[in-house]
Ligand binder design. Sequence first.
Ligand code: APR
Length: 237
Amino acid sequence: MAAPERGNIVILTGAGISAESGLGTFRDKGGIWEKFDWQKLATPEAFAADPHSVHAFYNARRDNLLAAEPNDAHRALAALEMLWRGEERGDYLLVTQNIDDLHARGGSMEVLHMHGELLKSRCNFCGHLFEHEHAVSARTPCPACNKAGGLRPHVVWFGEMPLGLDTIYEALGGCDLFIAIGTSGTVYPAAGFVAEAKAAGAWTVELSLEPGEVSTLFDERHYGPATKLVPDWLGRF
Ligand code: APR
């Protein structure tokens, strides 16, 4: 068997697809969690204890993102979406664990950000969710209710429920092709998606720099830098 050229497709991306755009990954050598302690910066408890440091961490990552550009891997996925939808080859769902906006800036029309989005914040007082490029602090008033002290990054922290899981599991249950790109397969529930896709009978493909934690579950595996590997592999369609 090999990758079908028609049918329902689910794609999962991780930090590796944005690595060559200059955004750090988490667990590679020199990665973000080597430099920063996720327990002090990426949990609800950390935010409650020290909102100033957490806001500063995400403000710095937002500044990095604003200076970054999408790469050929992001653009290749946008072209695949155009083809898949344009020729009505089947359903197409792009799920990313990344909080950057490089998929959208690279031309993808629909992106499901299961770990949230760095360019958005929300108010704990009134629930207002809004996009912004400027820095936010514990003193920044909410643009809707005007109260200060309630804003938090619209990012899913460890211990919080990822977004869009109903949509994702419904798509996995009926998918014919599952492609994981640039993810280490260490964080659940995303790391479990390949098993769900296999159970649905999908052909599963891993495209990354090196084998991830659940590599042995994939039917097909290719390794190399995403900016070459992804356009090359997607070029078959
Ligand atoms: N091209 C392709 N893949 C790459 C490249 C590259 N240039 N550089 C690194 N990679 C691969 C690595 O081999 C690794 O498998 O990208 C993956 C990065 O793994 P992680 O740093 O663990 O990132 P990710 O899998 O996205 O982490 C998942 O963990 O901390 C949480 O919420 C955070 O969304 C993140 C989640």
